[in-house]
Design a protein around this ligand. Sequence first.
Ligand code: MG
Length: 387
Amino acid sequence: MKVYTVMLAGGSGTRMKTPINKTLIPLCGKTVIRRSVEAFSGFTDEMVVVCYPDSMSDMIREITKLTLSFPVRFVTGGDTRQQSVQKGLLAFQFEADDIVLIHDAARCLVSSEVIENVITGVKSAGSVVPGIPVSSTYKFCDDQQFITETPDRTHLFEIQTPQGFSASDLLTVSLKASKDGFLGTDDASLMEYYGFPVQIVPGSRNNLKLTTQDDLIAANIILKGNNKPMRVGMGYDVHRLVEGRKLILCGIEIPWPLGLLGHSDADVALHALMDAMLGACGMGDIGQHFPDTDDRFKGVSSLLLLKETNRLINAAGFTVYNADITIVAQKPKLLPYIPQMKHVVAGCLDIEESFVNVKATTTEKLGFEGREEGISSYAVCLVEQKH
Ligand code: MG
């Protein structure tokens, strides 16, 4: 038995009032699509992401950079949700007892518990959807908004995704519906239409479908929790400029006749950043973690030290929220290298590039930086405590 997942990422940003596909919006440092895809780690054997052609290349770039336990393929969607799901289903080769999950990428807060409920439910009931009992009173009304009926709330549920099915049953029903011209509002409604029983399993109130800006605010609050403290740290470092050394700043080698002197690669900007990270977490400084008396760190790339620092603070329950680095150098001009620096640092910290800022300044020829005797760097870092 295998579990396949169809991830529907076709959402336009119309109601979100953004020009981009709403699943590419960053939420607490990770895009919506990334959160949705990563939520299925450990639950799915394969995934197909269905999206519009205009967001396909962004989607591929966003997902292929992730380290996932399952392969992901991409297909373009159809005119309706139902057609998009069918195109996703047709991308797989199902065996008789396989399970398929259909998930809206806009529900990126889906928990492991809800996915587990669905997979377990499919094994016993064949077709299941996660749902939550409604807490408001719902009314049916006519075209003039006069109420015609008040349904009994105890039998009303709000339905979420992932919806789970016997894969071959859903594919059969989907192809049949296309032939018959039947259009359902969700995947379960196709099964219902053709007489398959569909059971509701427990969903979660946090499993929001991100549709409007207000939903993004709510999702931010849920992700941050009520008592997740933020902590700030700062770092400062200086290295001397000498001949015969490479100039490496934020992991990027810059062609220049002088380079920075030090035990490692003397990447002054990353050293300041690491001190800011450790400072925010109350974990001392880089000298304590990577002493310059230790031969293991001789000539080492500071990118490796940055990754290790990130791993250390993660293990202690902290994650970097954002970082801001200032490099003080009279020469060379660093502006052309800044996009690449941001990219490399964000990759090491496993956060979005927009949460890393790198800037460079001169000192108007004043002081040791101005005399080109050395380069200094300042960094500020905000971390989030996980628990
Ligand atoms: Mg240093």
